[in-house]
Design a protein around this ligand. Structure first.
Ligand code: ADP
Ligand code: ADP
Length: 230
């Protein structure tokens, strides 16, 4: 099975003699292709959980397995390859390169890799599927916030990852645009089969996911898929 299994993961940040426990012995399993929202107050550990799952940082203890792949056994190079093959990210900020057009931004992650040139077709298809088929050659400055986030989504998926991780992807967008982004994520989840895990502060969007996880003080206090004793 290709489930994403987090066992007993803890994350401590040390600085100035103070240790913050951002995540406390969290056990959680995400099923392949699942569409999950994560909610909770600021500082509850949502971003930390996402960054550990996304291999951007490593847990202080505990293990994270993607199917047979055990992240704790991988060295930096293997981890970078794993991330490239399996994980796409989007954030509240779109982080597009300002001098590149929409399609160049989508193709950017592939520049450092040996990939067939026909990926250009995939980039075009993805931009079309997020509704930007007529903006391939626009610069970020010529696009609205919602359109820039759609470029970022296409970029996150260009290498066909199994998981899309999204940290407050609609945090800078108005309600109407947030709904459009949400619908795009949902459609891509169904059409591309990639699992989606997104952090949001918007209860209505969160509730529309197949599963909602609520965090508080570094632990999962609610999980719509199972009863959790906090
Ligand atoms: P959330 O995403 O729910 O707002 P975070 O995961 O960002 O929560 O943060 C959880 C806790 O860990 C907070 O107390 C935060 O201040 C702390 N924290 C997060 N990142 C760091 C870091 N790099 N260094 C020190 N403390 C951090
Ligand atoms: P979010 O909006 O997702 O909660 P934050 O604004 O809390 O994110 O944090 C943004 C970044 O700053 C995170 O990547 C985190 O690692 C870092 N960070 C958060 N809290 C602290 C902290 N107390 N000390 C140092 N770095 C922090």
């Amino acid at each position: 099975k290709n489930d994403l299994v987090c066992k007993n993961i803890q994350k401590e940040y040390k600085g100035d003699g103070v240790t913050t426990i951002a995540l406390k012995e969290v056990d959680v399993t995400f099923r392949e292709g699942e569409f999950v929202s994560i909610v909770g107050p600021s500082g509850s550990g949502k971003s930390t959980l996402l960054s550990l799952i996304g291999t951007l940082d490593s847990p202080s203890k505990g293990t994270i397995h993607y199917g047979d792949a055990a992240l704790e056994k991988m060295k930096a190079k293997a981890l970078a390859d794993f991330r490239f093959e399996n994980i796409g990210f989007i954030f509240q900020q779109y982080h597009l390169l300002p001098t590149l057009t929409a399609i160049e931004n989508v193709l950017a992650p592939l520049f450092s890799r040996k990939v067939p040139y026909k990926k250009k077709e995939r980039a075009e298809e993805l931009l079309a599927s997020v509704g930007l088929g007529d903006k391939l050659h626009s610069l970020p400055s010529q696009l609205s916030g919602g359109q820039q986030q759609r470029v970022a989504i296409a970029r996150a998926l260009v290498h066909q990852p199994k998981w899309l991780l999204a940290d407050e992807p609609t945090g800078n967008l108005d309600t109407e645009t947030s709904e459009i982004i949400y619908d795009i994520l949902k459609t891509l989840n169904q059409e591309q089969g990639c699992g989606v895990i997104f952090v949001t502060h918007e209860p209505e969007l969160a509730a529309r996911a197949d599963r909602t996880i609520e965090m508080k003080d570094g632990v999962i206090v609610k999980d719509s898929r199972s009863v959790v004793h906090a």
